[in-house]
Design a protein around this ligand. Structure first.
Ligand code: ADP
Length: 514
C-alpha cells in the first residue's frame, strides 16, 4: 500500500463521503437523478491542485454500490483486510484502490451485515449516523494499519466529522499521532446529531464527550458530530470568508458560540472551480468552442441553444438569462420564480435547468413550466443534465443566483468563466466572488456583476433592471465586462495555496511541540 512520498511535500489524506466524478451523480434505476453536492467537486479540485503543488494526496471514500466505477482507473481489491471496531465487535473491510482524475483513492467496503454502502443511494438512509460513524472509524483504521506517516488528515462535513474526536481520543493513545486534523464544513445546515449513546457505536467515550464544551449540541440534549469536529480539529475551515463570518451569528445554526470559542483556528477559504472541466475553449459539450478574445463562438452557442429548446431566435441580441440550480429553499426559489416573470417583463429570454428533491417545489415549477409552454421566450427544464448545463452557461448573457444563503456557490464562478454576467444576492461565497458593476466604492477592475442585498423581489428586480440597461444601452461596455469576467482566475490554485499554508503552519506547530 506504500506510495512514494515527496521529500518536501506533505502527505495529505482526505476522508470524505463524496468525490467527483466517481461519487457525485446518483444513479437510480439507470437514470441520472440528482447530484450530491459541492463537496464532491471540492475533493477532486482541491486534491488535484495540492498534488500539482508537489504534495502526496490520497482520498478515502466508502465503496458505494451506486458509484460510477467507470470513472475509476485500475480499480482493484488490495490483498489486505482491515479490521475495524463497531458496536462491540470487529468487522472486516475489503479495501479497493484505483485512480480518479489522477488521484489515488481507497474505497472501503465493510463486511458488515447491514451492508452500509449497498443502498443504491449515498445519503438519506435511516441509519446514516451509523453508516458514516462506521466509515470514519474504518478510514482511520486503514491509515493506522498501513503505517503511513500522514501529515494532515482532512475530513469533511458531518459524515466524517467523527474522525477528529476518534483520532485524538482513541488513535493518538495508540501512538498514531503524527498527523494534524483539518475539518471543513461545507454547509452548517447539516450537523449530524443523534442521541448521545449512539456515539459509543464507533468506540467513542460517551461520558467523556457528552459535555457542553465537547460534543453535546448547544440547544438540545443530543450530541452533534460537527461540533465535535470543531472542538477536536487543529484547523477548521468553511468554504468562503463571508460564510465564515455569517456562521458566527445566525448562520451557524446553533454552533455560533462554539465557533466563536474556537475562532482562532477557524477561517473561510473560497472554493475554486475545476478549470479543465469548465473551459469554454475546450468544452466538448459546446456547439462551438470560444474564448474571451473571440465572442463569436458564444453567439453561436446562444443560437444553438435557442434552436435546441425551441426559443425565439429573431433577435440575436435579445438577452438570455440562465439559472442552473437545485430547487431548494436555500437557493431562493421564490426569487427564481420572480426572475422568470421579471425577465419576461423586461423582454428577455429565460432558461432554468433545475430539479427539486422537494415534491411541492418540483410541482410548483412544473406548473410554471406549463404556464409558459407556448411562450417562446421562457423554458424550464426540470431535471439534472450535465451536458445541457454546459450549453446554458455558454449561451446565456446573464446568470441568476438569488440564494438566501450560499456557503460558496460554484455556478456564479462557472458562469463568469463562460462570459455570463452574474446577478446574485450578496451572501456567503457570492459576496466574495461577485462585485457590483455600479459600486463606486470598489475599484473598477474587480467589478464583475450585479448584486442585491435584501432577499426580496424589489432588490432582485432592481439588479436585473441595471443589468438589462447596461446590456441594451451600452453594448461595448457590456462586452468588456464579459471579457473581464472570462479572464478572472477561479482555479483551485489560489485556494490550494491557502490550504497549503494552514496545513504547513499546523505541521510546523506540531513539530515544534514534538
Ligand atoms: P450546491 O452544491 O448547493 O447545489 P453549487 O453552486 O455549489 O450548489 O454547485 C452546483 C453544481 O451543480 C454546479 O456545478 C451546477 O452546474 C450543477 N447543477 C446544479 N443543478 C443542476 C442541474 N439541474 N443539471 C446539471 N447541473 C446542475
Amino acid at each position: 500500500m506504500a506510495l512514494p512520498g515527496t521529500s518536501s511535500g506533505l502527505h495529505i489524506a482526505h476522508i470524505a463521503a463524496e468525490m467527483a466524478p466517481v461519487a457525485k451523480v446518483m444513479m437510480i434505476q439507470g437514470l441520472i437523478q440528482t447530484e450530491v453536492g459541492g463537496l464532491a467537486d471540492v475533493i477532486s479540485g482541491l486534491g488535484k491542485a495540492l498534488q500539482k503543488k508537489g504534495h502526496l494526496v490520497e482520498i478515502i471514500l466508502p465503496k458505494y454500490d451506486c458509484m460510477q466505477v467507470d470513472q475509476v482507473s485500475n480499480l482493484r481489491v488490495l490483498d489486505v483486510l482491515v479490521q475495524s471496531y463497531f458496536e462491540g465487535n470487529m468487522f472486516n473491510n475489503k479495501i479497493w484502490t484505483g485512480t480518479v482524475e489522477g488521484l489515488p483513492v481507497y474505497f472501503i467496503e465493510p463486511q458488515h451485515p447491514a451492508m452500509f454502502f449497498s443502498r443504491a443511494q449515498y445519503y438519506g438512509e435511516h441509519d446514516d449516523f451509523k453508516r458514516f460513524s462506521y466509515f470514519s472509524r474504518a478510514a482511520l483504521e486503514l491509515l493506522y494499519q498501513s503505517g503511513k506517516k500522514v501529515d494532515i488528515i482532512h475530513c469533511h462535513d458531518w459524515q466524517t466529522a467523527f474522525v477528529a474526536p476518534l483520532y485524538w481520543d482513541v488513535y493518538a493513545n495508540l501512538g498514531f499521532n503524527s498527523a494534524r486534523i483539518c475539518f471543513t464544513c461545507h454547509n452548517f445546515e447539516y450537523q449530524g446529531t443523534a442521541p448521545a449513546r449512539d456515539l459509543a457505536w464507533c468506540g467513542l467515550d460517551v461520558e467523556h464527550l457528552d459535555r457542553p464544551d465537547r460534543m453535546r449540541d448547544n440547544s438540545h440534549g443530543r450530541i452533534n458530530a460537527v461540533k465535535g469536529a470543531v472542538v477536536y480539529s487543529n484547523i477548521v475551515t468553511t468554504v468562503s470568508p463571508t460564510y465564515a463570518l455569517e456562521v458566527r451569528s445566525e448562520g451557524g445554526r446553533g454552533l455560533q458560540d462554539t465557533l466563536k470559542v474556537h475562532s482562532r483556528k477557524f477561517l473561510g477559504i473560497l472554493n475554486g472551480i475545476d478549470t479543465d472541466t469548465w473551459n469554454p475553449s475546450t468544452d466538448r459539450y459546446l456547439k462551438v468552442q470560444y474564448n474571451a478574445k473571440d465572442l463569436q463562438g458564444k453567439a453561436a452557442n446562444k443560437a444553438a441553444l435557442r434552436e435546441q429548446l425551441n426559443l425565439a431566435s429573431a433577435y440575436p441580441s435579445q438577452p438570455l438569462v440562465g439559472c442552473i440550480t437545485r430547487l431548494v429553499a436555500q437557493k431562493g426559489v421564490h426569487l427564481i420564480r420572480h426572475a422568470i416573470y421579471k425577465t419576461a417583463e423586461l423582454g428577455g429570454q429565460f432558461v432554468l435547468l433545475g430539479s427539486s428533491p422537494v415534491p411541492e417545489i418540483q410541482r410548483e415549477f412544473e406548473g410554471i413550466a406549463d404556464h409558459f409552454q407556448n411562450n417562446n421566450n421562457i423554458r424550464l427544464i426540470l431535471k439534472y443534465d450535465d451536458a445541457l448545463s454546459h450549453c446554458i452557461y455558454a449561451a446565456s448573457d446573464m446568470f441568476i443566483v438569488p440564494s438566501i444563503f450560499e456557503p460558496c456557490g460554484l455556478t456564479q464562478m462557472i458562469a463568469m468563466r463562460y462570459g455570463s454576467v452574474p446577478i446574485v444576492r450578496k451572501t456567503g461565497g457570492l459576496n466574495d466572488s461577485v462585485f457590483d458593476f455600479d459600486d463606486e466604492t470598489i475599484p473598477m477592475e474587480v467589478r464583475n456583476g450585479f448584486t442585491f442585498v435584501k432577499a426580496d423581489e424589489q432588490g432582485l428586480s432592481s439588479a436585473m433592471e441595471r443589468a438589462f440597461n447596461c446590456y441594451t444601452r451600452k453594448p461595448e461596455v457590456w462586452k468588456q465586462l464579459v471579457q473581464k469576467d472570462m479572464t478572472i482566475d477561479f482555479s483551485w490554485d489560489t485556494s490550494a495555496s491557502q490550504y497549503e499554508d494552514i496545513y504547513q503552519k499546523a505541521v510546523a506547530r506540531a513539530r515544534a511541540v514534538a
